[in-house]
Design a protein around this ligand. Sequence first.
Ligand SMILES: Nc1ncnc2c1ncn2[C@@H]1O[C@H](COP(=O)(O)OP(=O)(O)O)[C@@H](O)[C@H]1O
Ligand SMILES: [Mg+2]
Length: 366
Amino acid sequence: MARQKVTLGGEDDHGDEAEQAADAELRIVAGERAGSEDQAILQLRPRDFGEYVGQGNVMHSLKIAVKAAVNRGEPVDHVLFHGPPGLGKTTLAHIIAREMNVRLEHTSGPALERPADMVGLLSNLEAGAVLFIDEIHRLSSAVEEYLYSAMEDYRVDFVTGAGAYAKTLSFPLQPFTLVGATTRAGLLSSPLRDRFGMVYHMEYYSDEELTSVVKRSAGILGVETDEPGSAEIARRSRGTPRVANRLLRRVRDFAQVEADGRLDRDVAAAALDMEGVDGLGLDRLDRLYLTTLAHQYRGGPAGIAAIAATVNEEPQTLEDVVEPFLLKLGFIIRTPGGRRVTPEGSVHAGVPPGRLGDASSQGTLL
Ligand SMILES: Nc1ncnc2c1ncn2[C@@H]1O[C@H](COP(=O)(O)OP(=O)(O)O)[C@@H](O)[C@H]1O
Ligand SMILES: [Mg+2]
């Protein structure tokens, strides 16, 4: 069965597959799966509530729920985290297990192919364990159905035989906590979503919060940095701690080679300019998306499949990673007819808004 056992506090990173060398440059910011997150990066993952920066509202309510559950000696209610990649969903699942002092089983929607995978996983859970299902929106409905009674009554129901001979067998399970994570809450079926006691939307981090993340990570990595240097990295990290850590690592290399290891604002800015990460944190793929929409599609509306084909990228990567931040910046909008670039977006793409679609305006293909 395809699943991964993780002991408490164990580190792993599903979804951060081997580096695709050819794409790495384009995707330094946008590609969640672009960078192989090595040990140095994994050691940056906060281990308990105290180390976790930001997400104030989520944390406040989650801490109360965990504390109350610990006091009652019961598992905490099932939790769903949704939001863009790299904002700390997986981290929080691990933290819940650690704070509850229980084991964590880590799996993902696509890994649970057959109902037997799900039933086997559920029936082997220790009492009180956290079952973490990443990309939970990708469970097949046949597999997902076994979760309903498991979540509600801690049991699995089987139907054996057919027609008049059909019989339902019911097996009890140990009480457990399901923690689900998804970048697409909208794709979750409502029977599944309704069974989560707590549903949290993860927000992009503020520059101040990301500055704290960078300072903390620099401390762990032994990088000498000052406030303006950390703030410069934070400002270009598109609200995302994973990106902040990745950029810090790039800037650290640059600082070692070009500046005796000192990481101040100028060094950070020079290193990130060189990596193609602009002042707003957009990388080449983000800008390619913008210029494509502004120039080739004359500002839109254009469908995601068409844009993806033009920029030679997976539609899902664009939808999960590129578009949420461009939407947040107000550079694009989604309309029933497709995506449109806003005047601000086309200015950033180097296409003057008055000249959208004007063939003489080449824009700069950054
Ligand atoms: N609140 C936070 N404080 C500090 N670092 C964080 C925080 N959230 C995430 N990180 C860092 O970002 C990385 C990615 O987080 P992760 O939990 O894997 O994101 P997600 O599961 O939402 O894609 C982690 O390894 C961790 O180093
Ligand atoms: Mg994750």
